[in-house]
Ligand binder design. Structure first.
Ligand code: PMP
Length: 390
């Protein structure tokens, strides 16, 4: 090693990074299509290029359709689902303000912790696993705590529940509270009508129902949220500054602004995934996910498996949290499925940890023939685990 350096060069001649292609049937990410991956590898375009602005404009319009919103502040940000939640938490309240986070699994709890780091006064509600909140109990909490914002998780990928939201916006607004929704797992999967349901802020992931790679979020903020953000006393963290994102994405006029250097390949990938979704039609995509979930839940009954979420009306069709027969070890099963069948299914986390596995048919993986494939694979895995061969 050179005397001028302190760290030895780790380069190994000829060493390559190889990935075994695995079909992803966990809680997300799913497998992006070949077309989406191709777009991700397109040459880098910079914000000095008109093609780049066309790309941004198209993405905004496609996102508005997917969310069913006319919100001018609608854009894609290049941070993950948790980043989108932190962005909502730090833009819709000032330090010292009270917010309510209605948790139904791990993602609400994480959001609550992020909000505390920004010195918000967080009221964290909890609910038994598999249950959803009634609007009556949420209104009682709003009246009691007078929060400036209520945070809900729409599709909870850790517990497998889908929280109803239609009608909640009116309740929040009656009490001068904004409604913010984590739709990381549910966008593109379950019906979500942002304007009609009067949602003020929504954060959707790209890696689940949309069929793009992870690391980006689809965000939209209502005019009511915009008004709140423009009156904030304490600025949000720079990278999460929604009004800055709005300027960069020319949501509110033609101002030239900079927030960070975009990864144009990722934007091209999300554009392609959104185009594919729009070509299908959002209602068809919702129905396709529901159909695959129903099929799966019906078929696993003959394997002695059952849904973790008791009430069918509470079940989230994007991530099926399902229980294995008592004599089957989930660790052994998940490992066998991966090594023998090159197919990934998710382990339980939070409320489902050691209680259920999580199986998702997301975006292009939401196909009846793939449901059959997963059910057959589970059947094989269960008999392998029972044979004691592992
Ligand atoms: N919220 C929900 C509902 C999720 O399912 C996830 C990802 N599983 C997240 C937030 C966090 O997203 P990310 O891992 O992209 O940060």
């Amino acid at each position: 090693m050179s005397e001028n350096l302190d760290v030895a060069n780790p380069y190994k001649v000829g060493k390559k990074f190889r990935v075994t292609p695995v079909r992803l049937f966990g809680a997300g990410p799913g497998n992006p299509s070949v077309e989406v991956l191709y777009n991700m590898g397109l040459p880098t375009v910079t914000a000095f290029n008109t093609e780049f602005f066309e790309l941004m404009d198209e993405i905004k319009e496609l996102t508005k359709y997917v969310y069913q919103t006319k919100n001018p502040i609608t854009f894609v940000a290049q941070f993950s689902g948790n980043g989108g939640n932190e962005c909502m938490a730090t833009n819709l309240a000032d330090p010292g303000d009270t917010i309510i986070v209605a948790c139904s699994g791990v993602w609400g709890v994480r959001l609550a912790n992020m909000a505390r780091r920004y010195n918000l006064d967080v009221i964290e509600l909890q609910i038994p696993p598999g249950e959803v909140y009634s609007f009556e109990e949420l209104e009682r909490e709003i009246i009691k705590h007078k929060p400036v914002t209520l945070f809900m998780t729409h599709g909870e990928s850790s517990s497998g529940v889908l929280q109803p939201l239609d009608g909640l916006g009116d309740i929040c607004h009656k009490h001068n509270c904004l409604l913010a929704v984590d739709a990381v797992a549910s966008v593109g999967v379950s019906p979500l009508l942002v304007d009609r349901w009067k949602i003020d802020a929504v954060n959707g992931g790209t890696q689940k129902g949309i069929g793009a790679p992870p690391g980006m979020v689809l965000m939209s903020f209502s005019p009511r949220a915009q008004e709140r953000m423009s009156k904030k006393k304490h600025p949000p963290p720079y990278i999460f500054d929604v009004l800055k994102h709005a300027d960069v994405w020319k949501c509110l006029g033609n101002k030239v602004d900079y927030i960070y250097t975009f990864n144009s390949g990722m934007l091209a990938a999300i554009r392609q995934a959104l185009v594919d979704l729009c070509e299908e039609g959002i209602e068809n995509a919702w129905a396709r996910h529901q159909k695959c979930s129903d099929l799966f839940v019906e078929k696993i009954k003959k394997l002695g498996m059952w849904h973790f979420v008791e009430k069918p009306e509470n079940r989230f069709s994007g991530v099926n949290c399902v229980c294995l027969p008592k004599d089957v070890n989930w660790r052994e099963l998940v490992e066998y499925v991966l090594t023998k069948h090159e197919l990934e299914i998710g382990m339980g986390i939070g409320p489902t940890a050691n209680k259920a596995i999580r199986v998702g048919f997301l975006a292009q993986n939401a196909k009846p023939e793939l449901v059959d494939l997963v059910v057959k694979t589970l059947e094989d895995a269960i008999s392998y685990c029972r044979s004691g061969a592992g």
